[in-house]
Ligand binder design. Structure first.
Ligand code: 5GP
Ligand code: ZN
Length: 111
């Protein structure tokens, strides 16, 4: 996707603070953090919504959650963390490339 900001981050075309990268995902710092640790985990493949999942993407998402769990202590999340996936307008999704917000580094409020 030519105009997708997260595709550009994945390709290194715009700078980001990358914390982890492998052949299928990338984790980088959110530019406007709402918690002490606020990271974004994105699949390298561009798709916007969970409604676009297929077998391969479901497996990718499963592996991704496992990777986040393994990486958590090294990312400063040893005391716990919250994962958020905003979907669509009511959730306030602003970037239409699927991403998992990883929040932690401090006690998180739950309203
Ligand atoms: P959404 O609201 O779509 O779930 O989340 C998009 C997130 O992307 C927001 O938290 C926003 O701060 C972050 N973001 C938007 N543009 C950039 C950028 O260019 N670089 C980084 N690192 N984060 C971005
Ligand atoms: Zn994209």
């Amino acid at each position: 996707m030519e105009d997708c900001i997260f595709c550009k981050i994945v390709k290194g075309e715009i700078p980001s603070a990358k914390m982890y990268e492998d052949e299928e995902i990338c984790i980088f710092k959110d530019v406007a953090p709402i918690a002490k640790v606020h990271l974004l985990c994105v699949p390298k493949e561009h798709f916007a919504y969970l409604s676009e999942l297929n077998g391969a993407r479901e497996a990718l998402l499963g592996r991704t959650l496992g990777k986040i769990a393994k990486l958590a202590p090294a990312l400063g999340l040893e005391e716990g963390y919250r994962l958020v996936i905003n979907q669509g307008e009511n959730a306030g999704q602003t970037v239409h490339h699927l991403h998992i917000h990883i929040l932690g580094g401090e006690p998180l409020k739950w309203e």
